[in-house]
Design a protein around this ligand. Structure first.
Ligand SMILES: NC(=O)c1ccc[n+]([C@@H]2O[C@H](COP(=O)([O-])OP(=O)(O)OC[C@H]3O[C@@H](n4cnc5c(N)ncnc54)[C@H](O)[C@@H]3O)[C@@H](O)[C@H]2O)c1
Length: 352
């Protein structure tokens, strides 16, 4: 059945979802946001109906895709309502602001058999897809280095007194209230998803985090994770350097996977400018001594992700991506925080 979508949350990230839905040939019937001024341009562009109440979208019999792009603290209520109405869901990451909430959502989707995706779109970066296809050629995997360094400014010592990152009178920053945390949740969640994508669920980890004085969010999360496919050295860092990374734009996101027969290096570029900044893959083959570079035209991984989700929903299938991906990441985030706060290595308690 062709896709009739309702997009709930029309802020910053929604433009990538609107682009993906349009390119996938979906009809956008509803746009929903608490703030009408934010949603109105999208309603006009698509000839869609506007509502401030997400329940209007879910109640529409014609809607067969609920695309949740509100901030993360609003995901749980909307996702559970959509699942209860048997509507397929695509939800932005992170799925929830706690592992318990993420578990509740995916359990509901599993029980109902609803098609359900957390949109970790970096799986759809061409360099990442190609690396996954080349993974078996590395033989036994030994170690992986994976990092996301993002230029947030110099936040190491103290939280700013004003703005998004400042702790308000209720003891919480806007960042934590809306997104659930700092760099671990924001940039670090994507690379935890890629750890699961490439290597499977980690079974044990040991972590270190840094919270600035007076801040309720982290600016560094580093961990060693044990998987069935070798050890992972992981780090998410909010840093002040504006010129590092392979494009020298301050975005230093890299994955290096080492196997007995070769190595893969992935350099992924800033999500905010996907139409201009492409990613890069280098494959080293021990047998031939060759290094092969794969360069791709700049394409939006959001477009590719939405195409995949829409195609599966049209067929009525969950397809190759499990319902659990958003839970997997939120559970790892909880365990990294636990290990960093206690100073102990922890076994990951997978609850589903
Ligand atoms: N994939 C990525 O790389 C990436 C990057 C940035 C943000 N994100 C994620 O995207 C999501 C949205 O982030 P953003 O930066 O666009 O936030 P934003 O604050 O710019 O937009 C969120 C919008 O949701 C609306 N909203 C909130 N609750 C609502 C509700 N109950 N009903 C209707 N509308 C509601 C708000 O009014 C706001 O306009 C978050 O989950 C965030 O973590 C993903």
């Amino acid at each position: 059945m062709p896709i009739t979508a309702g997009v709930i949350g029309c802020g910053n990230i929604s433009r990538f979802h609107f682009s993906g839905l349009e390119k996938a040939g979906a009809r956008v019937k509803w746009v929903c946001d608490l703030n009408e001024a934010t949603a109105r341009p999208w309603a006009d562009k698509f000839g869609a109906r506007y509502t401030a109440d997400y329940r209007d979208v879910i109640a529409d019999d014609e809607v067969n895709l609920v695309d949740v792009t509100s901030y993360s603290s609003a995901h749980k209520e909307i996702c559970l309502a959509a699942i209860a109405a048997a509507k397929p869901v695509v939800c932005e990451k992170t799925l929830a602001t706690s592992a318990d909430d993420a578990l509740e959502i995916v359990q509901a989707a599993e029980t109902a058999g609803t098609i359900f995706y957390t949109s970790y779109m970096k799986r759809f970066i061409p360099a990442v897809e190609q690396a996954k296809a080349l993974l078996p050629s590395l033989g036994t995997l030994v170690s992986t280095y994976i990092r996301a360094y993002q230029p947030w400014g110099d936040l190491w010592d103290a939280a700013p007194a004003e703005g998004f990152l400042a702790v308000g009178p209720d003891g919480t920053s806007v960042l934590r209230k809306l997104y659930g945390g700092g760099i671990l949740v924001c940039g670090g969640s994507h690379i935890l998803d890629l750890v699961c994508f490439f290597l499977g669920r980690p079974r044990r980890l040991f972590a270190h985090m840094h919270w600035p004085e007076g801040g309720d969010y982290d600016v560094q999360a580093a961990a060693l994770l044990e998987t069935d496919n070798g050890v992972v050295h992981y780090e998410a860092l909010a840093h002040p350097l504006t010129g590092i990374g392979f494009l020298r734009d301050g975005w230093d996101e890299r994955i290096e996977i080492n196997g007995r027969k070769g190595r893969l290096d992935i350099y992924s570029s800033l999500w905010d400018d996907p139409e201009h900044k492409a990613s890069l893959l280098v494959h080293y083959d021990n047998a031939t001594g060759q290094a092969t570079e794969y360069r791709y035209p700049a394409v939006s991984p959001f477009d590719r992700a939405l195409a995949f989700f829409c195609c599966n929903i049209e067929r009525g299938e969950q397809g190759a991506q499990s319902r659990l991906t958003g839970y997997d990441v939120d559970e790892l985030i909880a365990h990294i925080e636990l290990s960093a706060r206690t100073g102990e290595a922890v076994n990951v308690n997978w609850r589903i």
